[in-house]
Design a protein. Structure first.
Length: 643
């Protein structure tokens, strides 16, 4: 439940964009949107999960949504100077994380001695769905509109925003941006051209994205000279003359005049040339700024072998963000990305001496950003917004499990898709059940808007003999407020019961299991304490592997499929280990950490090595807590006793 609601912007919201869409697109949900905007941005409790470095610049990574992150920033008076967002494209695609089985460290030493590379057959992988980019167009535009208003409310007066989309929805969002930021503050549609997409046969091949560039006001920060491109080598060669006194390269424009020093392009007399400007012009190479910034850029997606690649499905090139950040911000300004993804915006901002704020709803995104920024030497704090959305690992997984978790819930094909199914008892018969879609931000909060929709749109279509419905919620404005609203509405005689979904999901997460030993070597001051991981078990990973094996065995007509198998020790399921030698509770401080890459090599405290993991982690001081992340992204913390 929110602590309170924070206004989107100081002035009243008129909702022009939504009204325009009502005329042009017959936009649905206008009243719902207006009520949401009037209520404001929900402000939730925020917990600091981890501190990386001293973080004097107050760099922040949030696990949460754009609107709830903006509410926190606005409440604390934090403004940002540049926003780049790469939100969902409404592309209709599923995005999944590739999960690689690591090497069993028990055999790492033998592999190293034999100087063997990993056999391709041994690099086993499966996929874990992160999110689906499937949207109803009206809900998407509603959602974007609210997010844009939230972002605008925390932008400084000289700030800019870049919105990265593609052909699916870009032109609709352009209209919303005109309404939110004003047509007069539209600067450019930047076209990013790339190679590598599939060749089309029924239309022109699509090989570009669209980036819409707006400012909040005038004046605004724009450093065009910082992104001026160098002259091409073929152009530089035209500056073939060298001025003896200065060594400056130049070229001439003009006619070859008989008897003049220009005639044979030799022994150029600079003084003579300068005294005859009507006959020729001198162009110096060092006075050319190069190619001025254009509204299109040719830049390929990240090469599969690139060092910046982090295996995130929608990762964008650092060079693209470098161009945007250099152009529209100065050093020490705050750069924000509210759909952080792989963390490219924060990473580039840090390298360019800017401060950064970023957020994302997915745990895999937060972990990818955290590891990437830590390896770059960035200092930051990680926060979690306690909005009730992060129930399991991510909304996709939670939605996949809900039906199995609710006692007695069964499918009912006769009901509209609004209802998840029915629960039957002897008193009330079949009771339709509503479950909020955690992947649709407009339905996660049970408020008067949603309850009004249930009463006046969903319930009237139910069978005539329906006596009662059950409405589950993740978050609610107030149970009393909603029950009062129900009681005041006399349009239906059907009983409505509210149930908190979190009570069902409290025990869903089964934490991973580990066996480890702590030992001390007083002769080694740097690696004095050693933790040896002897056994690791993760029900979550086992479940994903069973699903993968079953599916592939069923579809394997040639019987060539080799199922993924895990050793008795289970250490192949570990991706990341961290020791906290500072705190026994509260925000995590990583005093020593190891990440095992997909090939089994160790990344020690952010530094890549060519060593295989040996099943241990060491620290200079005595560790108080141990954190292990499995290959699916679940993290579990264990206290370290005195044994």
């Amino acid at each position: 439940m929110p602590i309170k609601y924070v206004p989107f912007v100081p002035e009243p919201i008129e909702g022009q964009a939504v009204l325009n869409f009502n005329r042009v697109l017959k936009y649905k949900g206008v009243d719902d949107t207006s009520m949401t905007l009037e209520r404001g941005m929900p402000l939730y409790e925020v917990e600091k999960l981890e501190s990386v470095g001293e973080n004097k610049d107050n760099n922040m990574v949030f696990r949460g949504e754009c609107i709830t992150t903006c509410a926190y920033l606005k409440e604390h008076g934090i403004e940002v100077d540049l926003v780049y967002i790469d939100p969902p494209f409404a592309s209709g695609a599923d995005y999944a994380k590739k999960i690689y089985i690591r090497r069993n460290p028990k055999v790492a030493e033998a592999i190293a001695q034999a100087e063997q590379e990993i056999d391709s057959d041994e690099l086993r992988e499966f996929e874990d769905k992160m999110y689906g980019d499937f949207w109803d167009k009206e809900k998407y535009l509603n959602w974007v509109y609210e997010n844009l208003l939230a972002i605008k409310s925390i932008m400084s007066e000289t700030a800019s925003i870049y919105v990265h989309l593609d052909y699916h929805i870009c032109h609709y969002v352009k209209i919303l941006l005109d309404e939110v930021f004003g047509e007069e503050n539209y600067k450019n549609e930047i076209v990013w051209c790339y190679r590598g997409m599939a060749i089309a046969t029924e239309h022109y091949t699509r090989r570009h994205d669209n980036i819409l560039f707006y400012t909040k006001n005038k004046p605004h920060c724009f450093n065009w000279e910082k992104i001026t491109e160098e002259l091409e080598e073929s152009t530089k060669k035209k500056y073939s003359y060298i001025e003896e006194s200065t060594g400056r390269r130049f070229r001439l424009h003009g006619r070859n005049i008989s008897g003049s020093p220009i005639q044979n392009n030799t022994d150029i007399d600079i003084k003579w040339l300068k005294s005859n400007p009507e006959l020729c012009r001198i162009d110096y190479l060092d006075e050319k700024m190069g190619v001025k910034p254009r509204d299109w850029v040719v830049m390929d997606y990240i090469n599969i072998m690139s060092t910046e690649r982090v295996d995130y499905p929608t990762q964008k090139p650092e060079a693209l963000l470098e161009r945007i950040i250099k152009a529209s911000s100065n050093e020490n300004m705050i750069v924000a990305d509210f759909f952080g993804g792989s963390g490219v915006t924060a990473a580039v901002a840090n390298k360019l001496n800017r401060r950064f704020i970023t957020c994302d709803i997915g745990i895999n995104s937060i972990q990818t950003m955290r590891d990437r920024l830590s390896a770059d030497g960035a200092e930051f704090d990680i926060y979690e917004i306690k909005d009730g959305v992060q129930l399991y690992r991510n909304p996709v997984q939670t939605m996949n499990k809900l039906k199995a978790l609710i006692p007695g819930l069964k499918n009912e094909d006769a009901l509209d898709s609004f209802w998840e199914g029915v629960i039957t008892d002897t008193k009330n018969g079949s009771m339709p059940v509503y479950i909020p879609n955690l992947m649709d931000s407009s339905s996660k909060l049970l408020d008067k808007v949603m309850m009004n929709r249930i009463i006046h749109e969903a319930i009237p279509d139910l069978p005539a003999d329906t006596k009662k419905v059950i409405v589950y919620y993740v978050d609610i404005t107030s149970e009393k407020e909603i029950y009062d609203f129900i009681n005041e509405d006399d349009s239906t005689a059907i009983e409505i019961e509210l149930r908190d979904l979190k009570t069902i999901l409290d025990d869903v997460v089964i934490e991973d299991y580990v066996e480890f030993k702590l030992s001390e070597n007083e002769d080694d001051l740097i690696n004095r304490f050693n933790i040896s991981i002897d056994r690791f078990s993760s029900d979550r990973v086992y479940e994903k592997i069973r699903e993968f094996n079953s599916k592939n065995l069923l579809n394997d007509k040639k019987k060539n499929f080799k199922p993924i198998e895990i050793s008795n020790e289970g250490l192949e399921m570990i991706e990341f280990i961290s020791l906290d030698c500072e705190n026994s509770e509260g925000a995590w401080t990583s005093s020593s950490e190891i990440k095992i890459d997909k090939n089994g090599y160790v990344i020690l405290n952010g530094n890549k090595t060519k060593e295989f993991w040996d099943g241990t982690i060491k620290s200079e001081r005595k560790p108080l807590r141990l954190k292990i992340r499995n290959i699916c992204g679940d993290e579990t913390v264990w206290m370290i006793g005195d044994e």
